[in-house]
Design a protein around this ligand. Sequence first.
Ligand code: AMP
Length: 212
Amino acid sequence: MLGPPGAGKGTYASRLNTILGVPHISTGDIVRDEIKAQTELGKKIKKYSDKGELVPDEIIIQLLKERLEKPDCGKGFILDGFPRTISQAEALDKISNIDVVLNLNVPDEIIVTRLSNRVTCRKCGAIYNLLTLKPKREGVCDNCGGELYQRHDDNPDVIKERLNVYREKTQPLIDYYKKKRLLKDVWCKDLMTPPETVVEKILEILGETGKN
Ligand code: AMP
């Protein structure tokens, strides 16, 4: 899944995970787990994540490699938030075969509104939006009853930096995958479009490419 922060990568990937039965691998979640566990690596990468900067390629590539070696990835996987640089994409080419790249196109106004209203479950990682995808009980996850919190990096200054980083470092991947004929565009121009509608579009695309 390719797209700026707030494009819905995590929301759609978690639904596709249930429908397709392959794991949803979010490198952002892996980074947050390391930080939470206060490992040596976690301490090292916190300073990047707090500022909205990218964790160095060699660290994130290693973390992804370890995750892809787990047995649940044998039948495939959905990547969310990786690759984010050309050098990560080249590393990925060496360790795996990517079938399709879904490029989520979302206007900037929607991204900022979405990120400022996003809350996430501390326990299961489910994503909600206080405007468009509200939990049934305030502050409580519908799925598991876990506590909902606002991500530290979902504040206006860090959001701005994350969007800059996306444009500079990640956007070039659109051309990279276009050239490999793997890129499929997905559009979401309206804040109120329910995730299910976009997921249906994605499933159509996967059906056309024979990957569903
Ligand atoms: P995300 O949840 O995908 O927005 O990621 C949160 C933060 O984790 C990012 O702002 C980066 O600091 C770090 N991160 C996640 N994935 C990557 C990646 N592929 N390369 C570098 N840093 C990453």
